[in-house]
Design a protein around this ligand. Structure first.
Ligand SMILES: Cc1ncc(COP(=O)(O)O)c(C=O)c1O
Length: 428
């Protein structure tokens, strides 16, 4: 399969190149120009990992033979993505049963293995992943690449500005996972990472790559769990399915639309945002106006310039989807809290991100339709806001309780590129 750069269509690369490069020229995203036709019923009958291998093989082609993909997926997708019924008309697709309790485990673990395949094929002996995190991404990337031969991971995070348990999920691993607490905020961490990518000599010497959500491997892995969701539904539910996605950078939503393009029976999708609502406003008015970002309870979705949106535009422009396939909803803070409480009354413990999607779904779901919303993180990852909303304590799951007593191995650093560069060169 060839992927083209959406911004510079003359740049076409193979799947493994796209995994290794991440972003194309002029910061353009790589995306397939064509999509295969699939035998959906046959696929839905297969177990999760095997189905995912077949699905990705149909998209990727011979670059990764089916046998290799089957081994990769059996190793990557070792945890379930269950649909948990809320009531007769609504279910939650829980994506938080991986090692770091967030949907990013699916994409991170597939990316790690796809990158290993690319390194092997292309004779690259070492890659350095450099990433900034405000929490979730660092944990998922650290766990996905932990002990992977030929890969060093460097994670920058703002010192003292991440929940302690969240931080411990990635600072206690050690080995090839190097973590740096930066004296500054998340924006300064991100600015440092940008400087790294602008330093061509450094990028070339250390084979620097990013593991952020625009990498095509992460996106394709996410397509797989939409199939896993539908596989668990009854024929009646499949016939009238609406899926609501809590959206920030719109990777998850794009993956759902790709699943629909591939033939998965999804009647329509809902892009649910918090008050950082660039997309819902654009969907209504046709005007792309980026406002400054506002902090919310669903803080992983506090994004006003969503980096995956060009892929949705591309699906529209190529005629793979139409406007009727998608709607967009804004859920404010009050409604988010209402959503968490309402779900609790239904007997279901949730958190603000999923609650945004749930509220949007409730507004739009019609009689005779079946609705799914995505549960993107375990409620205990947002223990404090959830406890405040519900007025009662919630228990820690084993994965979080286990790291609570461990020692952080993070180094400390000023928000200074020269210092970071010096550190990176020690990994050469
Ligand atoms: C818990 C949670 N929910 C939702 C999202 C939004 O996903 P996307 O960026 O794919 O729209 C994120 C993104 O980081 C997240 O961490």
């Amino acid at each position: 399969m060839l992927l083209r750069n959406i911004k510079v269509p003359s740049q076409q690369v193979s799947f493994l190149d796209a995994v290794r490069i991440g972003l194309g020229e002029q910061q353009g995203l790589f995306f397939p120009a064509t999509w295969p036709k699939l035998d959906i019923e046959r696929l839905l009958a297969l177990p999760f990992a095997e189905r995912s291998a077949e699905l990705l093989s149909a998209i990727i082609g011979d670059e990764l033979p089916l046998g290799e993909l089957k081994a990769i997926m059996a190793d990557a997708f070792t945890f379930p993505a269950p649909v948990v019924p809320i009531n007769d008309q609504i279910g939650c697709l829980e994506l938080f049963h991986g090692p770091t309790l967030a949907f990013k485990d699916f994409g991170g673990r597939f990316m790690a293995r796809a990158l290993a395949a690319a390194q092997k094929r292309q004779g690259v002996s070492r890659t350095t992943i450099v990433t900034a995190t405000s929490g979730d991404t660092g944990a998922a990337v650290a766990h996905a690449f932990f002990k992977q031969p030929g890969v060093d991971v460097v994670i920058l995070f703002p010192k003292g500005k991440i929940a302690v348990l969240q931080e411990k999920l990635f600072t206690t691993l050690g080995e090839n996972i190097h973590t740096l607490a930066v004296e500054g905020d998340f924006d300064q961490c991100q600015a440092l990472v940008k400087e790294v990518f602008n330093d061509r000599e450094l990028v070339a010497r250390l084979n620097i790559n990013s593991a952020n959500s625009i990498n095509i491997s992460r996106l394709l892995a996410q397509v797989c769990y939409y199939f896993e969701a539908v596989a668990q539904l009854t024929p009646a539910q499949r016939a009238n399915l609406v899926i609501s996605v809590p959206s920030g950078n719109f990777g998850n939503l794009t993956a759902g639309l790709v699943a629909k393009v591939l033939g998965l029976p999804i009647k329509r999708m809902i892009a649910a945002t918090n008050v950082n609502d660039t997309v819902p406003r654009y969907w209504q008015s046709g005007v792309w106006q980026v406002n400054s970002t506002v902090p919310t309870l669903s803080n992983a979705m506090d994004v006003s310039a969503p980096n995956n949106w060009p892929r949705v535009e591309d699906l529209l422009a190529q005629g793979f989807i139409s406007r009727a396939d998608l709607s967009a909803q804004v859920v404010d803070e009050e409604d988010t809290q209402f959503g968490v409480r309402r779900l609790w009354q239904e007997g279901y413990l949730s958190e603000p991100h999923a609650a945004v999607a749930y509220k949007a779904l409730k507004r739009e779901l019609k009689d005779g339709e079946y609705g799914l919303f995505l549960g993107t993180a375990h409620p205990a990852k947002f223990k404090e806001p959830v406890e405040n909303i519900l007025g009662q304590p919630i228990a820690l799951p084993q994965a979080l309780a286990a790291v609570a007593g461990e020692t952080s191995l993070a180094g400390e650093m000023a928000a200074d590129f020269v210092e970071l560069r010096k550190f990176l060169l020690t990994l050469e």
